[in-house]
Design a protein around this ligand. Sequence first.
Ligand SMILES: NC(=O)c1ccc[n+]([C@@H]2O[C@H](COP(=O)([O-])OP(=O)(O)OC[C@H]3O[C@@H](n4cnc5c(N)ncnc54)[C@H](O)[C@@H]3O)[C@@H](O)[C@H]2O)c1
Length: 333
Amino acid sequence: SAVFPTQNGKVAIVTGGTKGIGYQTVKHLARLGMHVIIAGNSESDGQEAVRKIKEETLTGKVTLSQESLLMSMCFYIIISDLTRFVFISSFLPVEFLYCDLASMKSIRQFVQQFRAKNCPLHVLVNNAGVMLVPERKTEDGFEEHFGLNYLGHFLLTNLLLDTLKQSGTHSHNARIITVSSATHYVGKLHLDDLQSRCSYSPHGAYAQSKLALVLFTYRLQHLLTANGSHVTANVVDPGVVNTELYKHVFWVVKVVKWMTAWLFFKTPEEGASTTIYAAISPEMEGAGGCYLYNEERTKSADVAYDEELQRVLWTESCKMVGISDEPVTLSVG
Ligand SMILES: NC(=O)c1ccc[n+]([C@@H]2O[C@H](COP(=O)([O-])OP(=O)(O)OC[C@H]3O[C@@H](n4cnc5c(N)ncnc54)[C@H](O)[C@@H]3O)[C@@H](O)[C@H]2O)c1
């Protein structure tokens, strides 16, 4: 995988960083020196992820030290690896902060807690998601895919926008990366029934939420550019990745997945590569409004480029989450 510059002094938030693609994203960014805040809805999973990242980072270094020991028997290397060992275990900058994306109240509390830290924000990764869940509602009464995958991230991003604007500079834009899916290509946005009340299909609801995220990213980039902000917004498709996201699929599919994963599925680490690329690669500096797959820009569904649809969805979303339609356009970054 690509080698990226160190990220000391930078701060990132990764939603759903406790498992799968998000976990690997957090691990990679933290190893490059970024201070990463995992936003998740399970305190125990969060603490476990933090512990594991520290441990795995440590193990990697110890293995290296054993190899070095065998190869050179050099005292200096032992000392320097030991120092690194102690340094990594105590200072690896990863932490967990509770945020249930299925609750607008929880998102607002998370942002308050984050703001209380008085730290900048250089990278926001909107990664968390659920797929093919049975028909059910979030705390605020939204259909779960739409409410959690899309509206949750819509609100979170808007509430963090001022901090992102203050943290980005002309040569180092703050970056918003949103994880969508190839499923968005078959998605339909039902403006008259965004909550799938007339007819519910788990596939349809998931695809709609992922299409909404693409429309959101393009509109957001449009507003950021109009505002002259040093913030970019891009959307990524991680590919087909072997994670727990598939826990709600039909059991036959689970069996087929189990048998063929090694052949057809990316590992979570591979699945995280495009997110990481969008978050820190020098090539993506200043580039916004892109749809990325396999670390390359590609075209999203045609309907996602419909500016009127982007605008209407944005306005409707502001009403649904209870924010003014103006924060992006009015405050200067
Ligand atoms: N796995 C794939 O093949 C695939 C393909 C395309 C897109 N994606 C997208 O990638 C993203 C990551 O998925 P993954 O495959 O790593 O799945 P995963 O199930 O391993 O991870 C999902 C993460 O979201 C978190 N999450 C779920 N509900 C939450 C809530 N209410 N509040 C906060 N966090 C919550 C989970 O705790 C977990 O950390 C998702 O947006 C998914 O739609 C995955």
